[in-house]
Design a protein around this ligand. Structure first.
Ligand code: ADP
Ligand code: MG
Length: 373
């Protein structure tokens, strides 16, 4: 083994080129290399993961769903998922309390396990902290982590700790388990299936906008403190998301087995694309049917943006988006927690939104501009 690794090192080192590092530091404009934004996040993931072989037959699903599925026994599977939270990219410590941050880091990972219709049982937590943080700050993060562990009955199984020269980094990996027959993938949606969503959507994005606005006000007048009384719901949805374990339990008790499912981390439009891509189908949804809370609508009005845009493109609600055979319509139509927002169609990748006016538009065309009032 030692010999092998030294052979690897000897063959590797001649390829090491310091000037490449310098090129990368110059940026793509000057270096002539390709900007990552050409591919986007999902294009990049596809590119970097496409040529990996699968060595183990018990890997039922690797890259490409909310979590990986690995066979555990004849009837059961293990479920794994990981997510990274980076200061400055995913959170702003000006308005995210550390305890909430710890809680959220766990919650969003459990959400990916739940999105496979599986039950989480454990997590590992890795953190990188800069020395501007006192011990008490790390205690706060872990208070939040512990709260989430207690609420969802998951065990802390381990992790890693490092110092960071830049911002705070938290990475959580979640572990879950499911009956093999119970697992729901992003693939599996069929034409005519009902498209359903749990809870309400767009609120977490509304909360983010409010917090961001209050931060700007505070920076201009540091003696003031925001009054968030009228925004309690949307701010709560941004700061303290919950994995929808109750929803998968409810689906089971109603005898409903979704044909496909995904959690809403990036907004319905993006999540529907994932379902349609993996299920080789299209979708039509109705703007008027999107479940949007009153407070979300109020914030949308304040920011002069259509609530539909919040609902379609705002992320981080961590609700579940799932499809059900049309035969389940009677079972699902009167369940308060679920809303039927449309149906699956045959045309691969075609996602249409029927606006209140009756106009049918491509979901991709529904950028922020389209809806600006
Ligand atoms: P989610 O939004 O549900 O967390 P992601 O969009 O982050 O899902 O990831 C989609 C899929 O791509 C998942 O299967 C995830 O494990 C995989 N993935 C994401 N980034 C990487 C990476 N850098 N290397 C390997 N797999 C990745
Ligand atoms: Mg997900």
């Amino acid at each position: 083994m030692v010999l092998k690794s030294s052979v690897f090192l000897r063959t590797f080192i001649p390829h090491f080129q310091l000037h490449l590092v310098i090129l990368y530091m110059k940026g793509t404009n000057e270096s002539g290399l390709t900007d990552i934004s050409n591919l986007g996040e999902f294009g990049l993931i596809n590119r970097i993961t496409k040529d990996f072989p699968t060595f183990h037959q018990n890997v039922v699903k690797g890259v490409g769903d909310d979590a990986a599925i690995v066979e555990e026994s004849e009837n059961t599977v293990q479920v794994y998922s990981t997510d990274l939270l980076l200061e400055g990219t995913h959170f702003d410590l000006a308005y995210v309390p550390l305890r909430h941050l710890g809680y959220k880091a766990v919650a969003v990972n459990l959400s990916d396990i739940v999105a496979m219709n599986a039950h989480p049982y454990g997590i590992t937590v890795s953190i990188a902290v800069s020395n501007r943080f006192p011990i008490e700050a790390v205690d706060e993060i872990y208070e939040g982590i512990k709260l989430a562990c207690q609420k969802y009955e998951v065990d802390l199984l381990g992790g890693d700790t490092s110092s960071s020269r830049l911002g705070l980094v938290i990475s959580v990996t979640a572990f879950g388990r499911a009956e093999k027959s119970e697992v729901v993938y992003r693939k599996g949606a069929k034409p005519k299936d009902l498209i359903c969503v749990s809870g309400d959507i767009g609120a977490a994005y509304a909360g983010l906008l409010v917090l961001d606005r209050e931060k700007s006000v505070y920076l201009k007048a540091p003696n003031t403190q925001p009054d968030l009384t009228d925004y309690d719901y949307v701010v709560g949805r941004q700061l303290k998301p919950e994995p929808k374990l109750g929803i998968i339990n409810q689906l089971k008790s109603l005898g409903l087995h979704p044909t496909s499912m995904i959690d809403i981390s990036d907004g319905i439009a993006s999540e529907l694309h994932h379902i349609c891509e993996q299920s080789n189908c299209g979708a039509t949804i109705y703007a008027g049917k999107l479940p949007i809370d009153y407070q979300t609508v109020k914030v949308a009005e304040e920011f002069k943006i259509s609530p539909t845009t919040f609902a379609l493109n705002g992320g981080e609600d961590y609700e579940l988006l799932f499809t059900l055979p049309i035969q389940d319509f009677d079972k699902v139509k009167s369940i308060r927690e679920f809303t039927i927002i449309g149906h699956i169609t045959e045309e691969p990748g075609q996602i249409h939104v029927v606006l209140d006016s009756g106009e049918v538009v491509d979901a991709d065309a529904l950028g922020w501009d389209h809806f600006k009032e």
